[in-house]
Design a protein around this ligand. Structure first.
Ligand SMILES: Cc1cc2nc3c(=O)[nH]c(=O)nc-3n(C[C@H](O)[C@H](O)[C@H](O)COP(=O)(O)OP(=O)(O)OC[C@H]3O[C@@H](n4cnc5c(N)ncnc54)[C@H](O)[C@@H]3O)c2cc1C
Length: 481
């Protein structure tokens, strides 16, 4: 397929994470000649070190919570002692087995994705890619190594991702002071895990290890955990953390982290010292954008090194696109994949709808989960948008009662007057799945009445979404007061 071009278009992609992978598949689908250069493994950090292993670990933590909470539903677990008396068994997590499972899963997923690319006709080259000029990518065995391949191309897609940010005062040693990529070498649960950083990554791991049975201290430099999230959701989660036995140190900036014999010592800026067995540094990421020829090609970056892109993922150089964590867009696998597809559609002349960052749905995989999309209550409170907010506790939902769910809520944000659904927050188990109808409403600009007309199964957790939008009927009528 030439798509109006005189000859087959060539697309070269550097990095095979969700961004590069999706770009490669889309380009192959449109009949382009596609080469993807990947230095570690197809699937990228998302599959090998970040999303797949962390969400598999969280699945195990959720299983522990389900067993623990089953008691509330009348399920009791007993073993018999030698004298026939019932014993209450303990839930024990074999972290070695858990980690072996999730690493095998990641490897398999990476191999499956590589096979899918090859099957689609993509040439996959193992090596370190670099832009040579704006129409060629060269490949070496490693950064600074000898080049062994040169790929002439019409379009370049840079999708090199990001790496854990390392602070000189808290250098990871891979044994006790760890980045999230180093957690899966542990063969036993840490005795006391100190998590530095209370953003999404820090909160997810703190939640998971607490539920797996570890003592956890969360060091947060801010007033509360998850400073970027809905305030009600963050407050609820912090209460769950505290009730679960976690120590949450708020307004506590970690100054340095050092080894202390067989453990670690975290020294806070106010002089306090926290001692533990291990420390997880979850203090953000830095983009992998150095040494890949961006300056030479004239591609603009921000001070933090992120590549500036527009809503179709185009950089300051017309035939060079950039997608995923190395760009100025939110660092999510789903965003990287969508950008990858958008970039290729734009480059090859297919129908493109520019991405709207406001419509991205995101989830924090804590227990309970926190899912969000669109405008938030804070935007309404700060006067950025004229919206009405309605919140329903999940505890009032009949299915939630049957399932023993006591925590969580559904919050819908709609524009005053039009009643258009412009945002939402869901806190609860599998909020990540529950947010989808709200995301569709936001994307398709459905009103509260339109959303309420769709049937939710009775009884179901999603019934709380229809209940909330039904309650907002007068917002659409413009006279809710
Ligand atoms: C712990 C953790 C959990 C997360 N969980 C979620 C989640 O649940 N949901 C979600 O949506 N997002 C999640 N994220 C974010 C998600 O991992 C990233 O947004 C996603 O990986 C970005 O995809 P990408 O394609 O931009 O880059 P990556 O996945 O980082 O892939 C980039 C690839 O480029 C390769 N590369 C880099 N430089 C070169 C080069 N010069 N030559 C060749 N190859 C190169 C790398 O080897 C890598 O394979 C999580 C992140 C973390 C840290």
């Amino acid at each position: 397929m030439s798509f109006g071009f005189e000859r087959t278009q060539r697309v070269a992609i550097i990095g095979g994470g969700p961004g590069g992978y999706e770009a490669a598949l889309a380009a192959a689908q449109l009949g382009a000649e596609v080469t993807l250069v990947e230095r570690a493994g197809v699937g990228g950090s998302a599959v090998i070190t970040d999303v797949v292993p962390s969400k598999s670990l969280i699945a195990t933590a959720d299983a522990v919570v389900a067993i623990r909470d089953a008691e509330h539903l009348g399920v009791q677990l007993f073993a018999r002692a030698g004298d026939g008396k019932p014993l209450r068994p303990e839930v024990a997590v074999n972290l070695g087995a858990v980690n072996r499972r999730l690493l095998a899963l990641s490897r398999q997923q990476s191999e499956d994705m590589r096979s899918a690319l090859v099957e689609a006709g993509v040439r996959v080259v193992s090596g370190h890619g670099r832009i040579d000029d704006d129409h060629a990518v060269v490949v070496s065995a490693g950064a600074g190594g000898t080049d062994f391949d040169r790929i002439e191309t019409d379009t370049v897609v840079v999708s090199v991702g990001a790496s854990p940010r390392q602070l000189p005062s808290a250098m990871p040693d891979g044994e006790r002071i760890l980045t999230w990529t180093q957690l899966y070498d542990m063969t036993a649960l840490p005795e006391h895990l100190i998590v530095v950083g209370s953003g999404v990554t820090g909160a997810e791991f703190a939640s998971a290890y607490m539920n797996l049975g570890c003592r956890v201290t969360l060091v947060s430099s801010r007033e509360r955990v998850l400073p970027g999230e809905d305030a009600d959701a963050a407050a609820l989660l912090e209460a769950v953390f505290t009730r679960g036995g976690m120590t949450v140190l708020s307004r506590a900036r970690a100054d340095r982290v050092e080894r202390a014999g067989e453990g670690v010592r975290v020294i806070l800026a106010d002089g306090r010292v926290v001692e533990g067995s291990h420390c997880l540094m979850a203090v953000g990421s830095t983009p992998n954008t150095d040494g890949i020829g961006l300056e030479g090609a004239g591609v603009e970056r921000t001070a933090s090194g992120h590549i500036r892109v527009n809503r179709v993922a185009r950089t300051s150089v017309p035939n060079i696109y950039a997608v995923g964590d190395c760009t100025t867009f939110p660092p999510l696998a789903s965003v990287a994949a969508m950008q990858g597809r958008t970039a290729v559609f734009h480059a090859l002349g297919d129908v493109v709808i520019p991405m709207e960052p406001r419509r991205i749905s995101a989830n924090v995989f804590t227990a309970p989960e926190i899912a969000t999309v669109g405008w938030q209550e804070k935007d309404v409170a700060d006067g950025r948008i004229d919206g009405a907010v309605h919140k329903l506790p999940l505890a009032a939902n009949p299915r939630a009662k049957m399932m023993g769910i006591r925590e969580g809520f559904v919050k819908i944000i709609a524009q005053r007057g039009s009643g258009t659904v412009i945002g939402g927050v869901i806190v609860g188990p599998r909020a990540s799945d529950m947010i989808y109808p709200v995301a569709i409403a936001v994307e398709r600009r459905l009103t509260v009445d339109q959303l309420s007309r769709a049937f939710a199964v009775y009884p179901s957790l999603s019934g709380s979404i229809t209940d909330a939008v039904r309650a907002m009927h007068m917002v659409e009528r413009g006279d809710e007061d």
